[in-house]
Design a protein around this ligand. Sequence first.
Ligand code: ZN
Length: 551
Amino acid sequence: MKTIVNTLVAAMLTLTLFTAHGQTLTLKEKIKRFAPAKITGDASKLSAGDRKALAKLVAACAYMDSIYLRQVWSGNIATLTRLRGAKTEAEKDQLRYFLINMSPWSNLDDDEAFIEGVPATRPAGANYYPEDSPKEAIEQWINTLQETQKSEATGYFWTIRTNEDGRFLIRPYNEEYAEFLTPAAKLLKEAAGLTTNASLKNFLNKRADAFSSNDYYDSDVAWMDLDSPIEPTIGPYEVYMDRHFNYKAAFEAFITLRNEAESKKLSKYSSYLQEIENNLPIDAGYRNPKLGAASPIRVVDEVATGGESRPAVQTAAFNLPNDERVVSAKGSKRVMLKNVQEAKFKNVLKPIASVAVEKTQISMIDFEMFFTHILCHELMHGLGPQVIRVNGQETTVRKQMKELGSALEEAKADISGLFALQYLIGKGALPKTAEAKVYITYLASVFRSVRFGLNEAHGKGIALQFNYLSDEGAFPFDPATATFSVDLVKIKPAVEKLTREIMTIQAEGSYEKAKALLDKYCTIRPNMKTVLDKLGKIPVDILPQFSKAGK
Ligand code: ZN
């Protein structure tokens, strides 16, 4: 009974969104939203040992795919196996689109199913929790647990299953995914034996050990200490897919090569972090008077990905680890995927700007500022409230905000990223001429992000920002040309106001206020829809075509 009701509600919701977006795309058109783009790195300067190690790491990505596919949904592998037998052109398109999404649900269409015989939308708890157990039942059970068990049940690296009696039990990832983690660990150990870089050797050995012990702390610390021409990120990381609670981590991999010159140039921004924290537009008591160790920045070129890094919209930059214990001890590291960003800028952002932005402002669209705002977005994840006190108890923003956490945190990083850029311009670290470029490029990038759909944390976060800033008069709409522009005077106080509002909600740990804010602003309003409808033929994102460097 419950299943039928849920399916109906999901089907109705999908229908509403379908009509609302006016989308009647064929599967071929859906696939065409991803522009094939060559993604490559220069492996020619690596030592012979490192080149062999690189090949092992690329091979390990396949195991991350295997685990991730299973984490998405219990029926995912059977569905893929069925599609692999594709004979007709229509069936082959289904397989192609499945491989883009790594699931039978279309990420760009609010996760509606694009093939028959699967649930109408993806399960909210993914395959981390028993799929037939309601969220409330899991939550009630978690509340009955003792300290240690509770920290596992709400932790990153444990699934929740049921035993024969239907009782909940906790299973660590090293047992749940042993079939794939064991061979992946073997490849990491082999790569560790081949590399000539001591810090890479250390990370790979420790990460391989973590795959069998389920204790990721030491390897996360070793990842923070990496100082190597090969910069691999591999393991369980992001919690976006756990829409019940944002507790459980999905497996992924980014195998990358460090871009030495850019890394040096950008590390200069790190020296401003404490200063920016001290000047955040929030009550002084919410600021962190002493940030952790200096946060390293890496600018890299991607050569292979695995698991959650692969489906749909490609990651342009990330900030890891997420584990607050490591973040308090070591800070976090920002990795910027420069070749991915360049491909997005060229294939998506520039074409969007030419349609969405008022004519006189189009010339201000600028790759360097696009790149620098993403950098600031990543930097700002490490600033602002993290570990907080609610009713005298120490807790974290992530735990308090539960399933709303990701959308709010992404909005925080974006909007306070603009605040940080303005601060850097004020200090002369960036030229005054950068100002107009920053905000106008940001406006164009709003349209790029909102097209990802509001089902996803980044899309929700961006809708919140756009509508909030619009209400402050920062983005005037011209109905005659159906374009937006930036009011370069009004945007500055509006950015500060929203930064203050979001960070204060996080500092208070107020789930209710977060919900009210997101409910009010996470919508597509008519003017935005008018512009979105004009973007129809422009690709939404890229489909990476990895070259030999990654093979
Ligand atoms: Zn982010």
